[in-house]
Design a protein around this ligand. Structure first.
Ligand SMILES: *[C@@H]1O[C@H](CO)[C@@H](O)[C@H](O)[C@H]1NC(C)=O
Ligand SMILES: *[C@@H]1O[C@H](CO)[C@@H](O)[C@H](O)[C@H]1NC(C)=O
Ligand SMILES: *[C@@H]1O[C@H](CO)[C@@H](O)[C@H](O)[C@H]1NC(C)=O
Ligand SMILES: *[C@@H]1O[C@H](CO)[C@@H](O)[C@H](O)[C@H]1NC(C)=O
Ligand SMILES: *[C@@H]1O[C@H](CO)[C@@H](O)[C@H](O)[C@H]1NC(C)=O
Ligand SMILES: *[C@@H]1O[C@H](CO)[C@@H](O)[C@H](O)[C@H]1NC(C)=O
Ligand SMILES: *[C@@H]1O[C@H](CO)[C@@H](O)[C@H](O)[C@H]1NC(C)=O
Ligand SMILES: *[C@@H]1O[C@H](CO)[C@@H](O)[C@H](O)[C@H]1NC(C)=O
Ligand SMILES: *[C@@H]1O[C@H](CO)[C@@H](O)[C@H](O)[C@H]1NC(C)=O
Length: 405
């Protein structure tokens, strides 16, 4: 008791000294790096289906109808997920982690709340420019590649400026002068590699040769964001493609073609080549754009860490899809998540709770990472792990990370 009150007194003295120094501006650097909850004024997202919260279905209601169907969103937000995930995407963890609400899609005009930022990502969007001359090699492509998403942001800024000059529209929107200090998240390139493989339109050799173009397209967006005035940009790299249940199912190989985690080595090489090229570009951009902090989030190593020690993440299934059917990887292209059909003579219904606990799976539908994978990446990045530079100078507000509403 005595010891305790003595140390309290000492503590009070320290606080007094700190308060005095703060008042005098002496420890402003220390205050700057204090462990406070992250408060990005708003968040803006760019990319493909790993980031889309409803743009694709807004643009193509029939083609992407499944995004709104169960069991997508089974653990959050439980209905009309508009996300190809059982729960939250990486950007959702960032929004909630910054005490904001989730981002809403740019292309939807009803039941949205743009006060926390806007999400420009579109499922099906390539990083590379989509032009009508370019014959898509990935099955279905939206026209909304990164160059167009950047134009949307520039248009958004014009409208935001006009909004604050008007009096007849009353909406909750971020303040105009928060545009430079908001967080910009880019998660792109997956469409460029995954779907050509999924649709068997491209070989891994061709995809390796596409890496420079894909990375340049991402670099062009990053430059565009810096020119726009963004000072905090997080770009996320490619997870190991050879560990995704859909591709493991579609490209069976002899035992020597797998690594120790059961992933296809030649497909992982695409991700590795992409990530090395992306890192080089980001390092170069940092020297050119000194007013912008480019964070590089290493999703690949987060994913690999889960494969190494899944129990740390409460994950039991690393290579099986949660929402899928059949085979070694619980995936069959004939009936994918949210569909009803037959495999062989067997009726399959993937519109209902697919696996009893999706939180135990690394892959949601064989194609997209699960809530658990995205959560692990967000937790790592906020904690300064698997990210450079390794410090947001703030910690995540995790109070609603596991909420189901
Ligand atoms: C984080 O804090 C460190 C140390 O004070 C500082 O050098 C760095 O610029 C800060 N980063 C950001 C993004 O504010
Ligand atoms: C910051 O605070 C959070 C909880 O408030 C804690 O989990 C985290 O470890 C702290 N980080 C540092 C670097 O002190
Ligand atoms: C954390 O987020 C919740 C909402 O999810 C909010 O009620 C709470 O005030 C936030 N905490 C901080 C420290 O901002
Ligand atoms: C992509 O389109 C943008 C215009 O939106 C253009 O500035 C850029 O040069 C194009 N990139 C390539 C590689 O053609
Ligand atoms: C805008 O909406 C808010 C909240 O509904 C309301 O308090 C405010 O009076 C409105 N302002 C105008 C100019 O209509
Ligand atoms: C935002 O950044 C742009 C580009 O660097 C600059 O022109 C503008 O003045 C900045 N705006 C604010 C409010 O700081
Ligand atoms: C950084 O911002 C400052 C102040 O707004 C400006 O004078 C300078 O030109 C900017 N530097 C770059 C590389 O954009
Ligand atoms: C794993 O489960 C334990 C026990 O339920 C829990 O305390 C821990 O936070 C969970 N870890 C993650 C990463 O979800
Ligand atoms: C599929 O399962 C759902 C949920 O259990 C059920 O409502 C629906 O009728 C089933 N559809 C078919 C064709 O069996």
């Amino acid at each position: 008791m005595a010891r305790r009150s003595a140390s309290m007194t000492l503590w009070d003295t320290i606080l007094l000294v700190v308060a005095f120094c703060m008042h005098a501006g002496i420890v402003s650097r220390v205050v700057h790096s204090a462990n406070v909850t992250c408060e990005f004024p708003a968040i803006y997202g760019f990319g493909d289906s790993l980031m889309d919260v409803g743009n694709a279905i807004a643009a193509f209601p029939n083609q992407f109808a499944y995004a709104e169907k169960n069991p997508n969103g089974v653990i959050w937000p439980m209905h009309s997920a508009d996300r190809m995930c059982d729960g939250k995407l990486l950007i959702d963890f960032f929004s909630l982690g910054s005490s904001l609400g989730p981002t809403y899609p740019w292309l939807r005009s009803t039941a949205t709340n743009p006060q926390w930022g806007t999400n420009f990502a579109v499922a099906g969007a390539t990083a590379r420019n989509q032009t009508d001359l370019w014959v898509p090699d990935s099955g279905f492509n939206t026209p909304f590649s990164l160059n167009l998403q950047l134009q949307w942001l520039q248009r958004y800024k014009v409208r935001l400026d006009l909004y604050y000059q008007q009096t007849y529209v009353n909406q909750s929107l971020p303040a105009y002068d928060t545009l430079n200090t908001s967080l910009y998240i880019v998660q792109a390139g997956f469409q460029d590699y995954f779907f050509p493989l999924y649709n068997m339109k491209s070989t891994s050799r061709t995809l390796l040769s596409n890496v420079p173009e894909v990375v340049y397209a991402i670099r062009d967006l990053l430059k565009g964001l810096a020119d726009f005035g963004a000072t905090r940009v997080l770009v996320v790299n490619m997870p190991p493609l050879g560990c995704f249940p859909a591709l493991l199912t579609l490209y069976p190989a002899s035992i020597d073609k797998y690594n120790s985690y059961g992933c296809l080595t030649n497909l992982n090489k695409i991700s590795i080549a992409h990530n090395e090229a992306l890192e080089q570009e980001v390092v170069a951009l940092r020297t050119t754009y000194t007013n912008t902090t480019f964070y590089l989030g290493d999703f690949y190593s987060v994913y690999t860490n889960i494969l190494k020690t899944p129990q740390v993440y409460n994950i039991t299934e690393t290579l099986k899809a949660c929402c899928g059917t059949g085979g070694a990887y619980n995936f069959n292209k004939d009936v994918t998540c949210s569909e009803i059909g037959t495999v062989g003579n067997q009726a399959v219904n993937l519109t209902t709770a697919p696996c009893s606990n999706s939180k135990a799976f690394l892959s949601w539908d064989g194609i997209h990472p699960s809530n658990a994978a995205n959560r692990a990446a967000a937790a790592a990045f906020f904690a300064g792990k698997h990210i450079t530079p390794s410090n947001f100078n703030c910690s995540a507000n995790t109070s609603s990370w596991d909420s189901s509403f």
